[in-house]
Design a protein around this ligand. Structure first.
Ligand SMILES: *Cc1c(COP(=O)(O)O)cnc(C)c1O
Length: 398
C-alpha cells in the first residue's frame, strides 16, 4: 500500500522535498497513523502548524459549520467573520491592526512592502533606497524576494537575479546590528529563535537590546513569529520572554491549527496606515472560512491551557533530553516545546536517528545535517513526553 503511494509521488510530483517514507492517513492529538495502521507520535507538528494537535474537534466543527455557510467572498465585499477575527486577534496580542494573508511567506512579503512604504512616506528615506537588516541562517520562506536574503546555498543557488535592499548580519550580535544601521535602514527582520537553523536561541537580553536600538534609531522591528508564535515556546508570542513588543509581528502556521493556510501581519496603526486601497491584497486573504477557523484555533489555545502546558511539558522534555548523556550528543536546547538535539559531526548526521525513531514510532525531522528538532503538539501529556524520551534514549544508546 505505502510503496505504491510513494511511487506515485515520486513519478508525478516535483522532487522539492525529501520526506521520510511514512504515508500518513489519519491523525488525532499528538498521534498519527500510516496507511498500514502503524501509530506514531508526531514530534514535528507540521513545523509547528498543528500546535493544537491533529484534527482538533472544535476547529473541525468550526470548519464544517462555516463551510456550509460561506467560504469566500473576496475582499471586494465584507464578510461577517473578518471583523470579529481582527478584534479577537488584536486584543489577544495587544496589536492595533491586522493584515490577513494565507502563507507565512506572504506575511513576510507583506511586512517588507509595508516597512518600505513606511520608510518612504514617514521616515523620509529616498524612494527605492530602503534597507532592511536580516540575519544569517534565517528562514523566512521561499519567494524570490525572501530567498534573496537567505544565506542557505540550497535556497538561493540557481534562482537569481535577486531582490536588492537587504543587509545580512550575524544572528544574536547586537554590535553587528548597530554597525549595519544607516539612515536608509527601515527595518530589522528577525526570528526570536531561529527554528529552521536548528533551534538557535540568541543570548539573553538580545531582543530587549535590539528593541531599544530600533526605538532610538526609528527602525521598525519585525519579529517573524510564524514558528515561535502561538504558544510554541511557552508564551503566546516568544517576544514576551523578554517583555518587548515588535512593531510588526508575523504569525501563520498554527493560526489555523493546521486546517487551512492562514497568516497575518500584526502591527501598530502608524505603520499599517501607510497602505492604501489597491496597494496590497490577496484573493483568499481574510476569507470567512479562514477567519472562522483561526478564531477557534486561537480560542482553544487559550481556553484549553495549551500555552501553559507547552511551558510545563517543555521543561520536562528538555530535562529528559539532558539526561540522555552520550558522547555523540553535542548540545541539547530549547524553549517551551521548541527543542533540539545537536549531534557531533562524528555521529554521521541526524537523519539516521530520525529513521530509527520512525521505526520506534516517533516522527521527527533533521534540520541542517546534525540537529533533530522535537516539537510535538502543545497538548502533549507528561506520560506522552516520557514515552517519547524512552524511545529517544533507546535509539541513541543503541
Ligand atoms: C514556516 C516559516 C515561514 C514560511 O511559512 P510558509 O507558510 O511555509 O510560507 C516563515 N518564517 C518562519 C520563521 C517559518 O518557520
Amino acid at each position: 500500500m505505502s510503496s505504491t503511494l510513494i511511487e506515485l509521488e515520486e513519478q508525478y510530483g516535483a522532487h522539492n522535498y525529501k520526506p521520510l517514507d511514512v504515508v500518513l492517513s489519519r491523525g488525532e492529538g499528538v498521534w498519527v497513523w500510516d496507511v498500514d495502521g502503524n501509530r506514531y507520535m508526531d514530534c514535528l507538528s507540521a513545523y509547528s502548524a498543528v500546535n493544537q494537535g491533529h484534527c482538533h474537534k472544535k476547529i473541525m466543527q468550526t470548519l464544517i459549520d462555516q463551510a456550509q455557510k460561506l467560504t469566500l467572498t473576496s475582499r471586494a465585499f465584507r464578510n461577517d467573520q473578518l471583523g470579529p477575527f481582527y478584534k479577537e486577534l488584536c486584543e489577544l496580542t495587544r496589536s492595533h491592526k491586522v493584515l490577513p494573508m494565507n502563507s507565512g511567506a506572504e506575511a513576510v512579503e507583506t511586512a517588507i512592502k509595508t516597512v518600505r512604504k513606511w520608510g518612504y512616506t514617514v521616515k523620509g528615506v529616498p524612494e527605492n533606497e530602503a534597507e532592511i537588516i536580516v540575519c544569517e541562517n534565517n528562514f523566512h520562506g521561499r519567494t524570490i524576494s525572501i530567498v534573496s536574503f537567505s544565506t542557505d546555498p540550497d535556497a538561493r543557488k540557481g534562482f537569481g537575479p535577486f531582490t536588492p535592499g537587504f543587509i545580512v548580519i550575524p544572528y544574536g550580535d547586537v554590535t553587528a546590528f548597530e554597525a549595519a544601521i544607516s539612515p536608509k535602514t527601515v527595518a530589522f527582520l528577525v526570528e526570536p529563535i531561529q527554528g529552521e537553523a536548528g533551534v538557535i536561541i540568541p543570548p539573553e537580553g538580545y531582543l530587549k537590546k535590539i528593541r531599544n536600538i530600533c526605538t532610538e534609531q526609528n527602525i521598525m522591528l519585525i519579529l517573524d513569529e510564524i514558528q515561535t508564535g502561538l504558544g510554541r515556546t511557552g508564551k503566546l508570542l516568544a517576544e514576551e520572554h523578554e517583555g518587548i513588543e515588535a512593531d510588526l509581528t508575523l504569525i501563520g502556521k498554527a493560526l489555523s491549527g493546521g486546517f487551512y493556510p492562514v497568516s497575518a501581519v500584526l502591527s501598530n496603526s502608524e505603520v499599517m496606515n501607510v497602505l492604501q486601497p489597491g496597494e496590497h491584497g490577496s484573493t483568499f486573504g481574510g476569507n470567512p472560512l479562514a477567519c472562522a477557523v483561526a478564531r477557534t484555533a486561537l480560542q482553544i489555545l487559550i481556553d484549553e491551557g495549551m500555552i501553559e502546558n507547552a511551558a510545563k511539558m517543555g521543561t520536562v522534555f528538555l530535562n529528559g533530553l539532558k539526561q540522555i548523556a552520550n558522547p555523540l550528543i553535542k548540545d541539547v536546547r530549547g524553549k517551551g516545546l521548541m527543542l533540539a538535539m545537536e549531534f557531533n559531526p562524528e555521529a554521521g548526521g541526524a537523519r539516521q536517528y530520525c529513521l530509527r525513531l520512525k521505526e520506534n514510532g516517533l516522527l521527527c525531522k533533521e534540520t541542517h545535517h546534525h540537529t533533530i528538532r522535537f516539537a510535538p503538539p502543545l497538548i502533549i501529556t507528561s506520560s506522552e513526553v516520557e514515552w517519547a524520551l524512552d524511545r529517544i534514549s533507546a535509539v541513541i544508546e543503541d
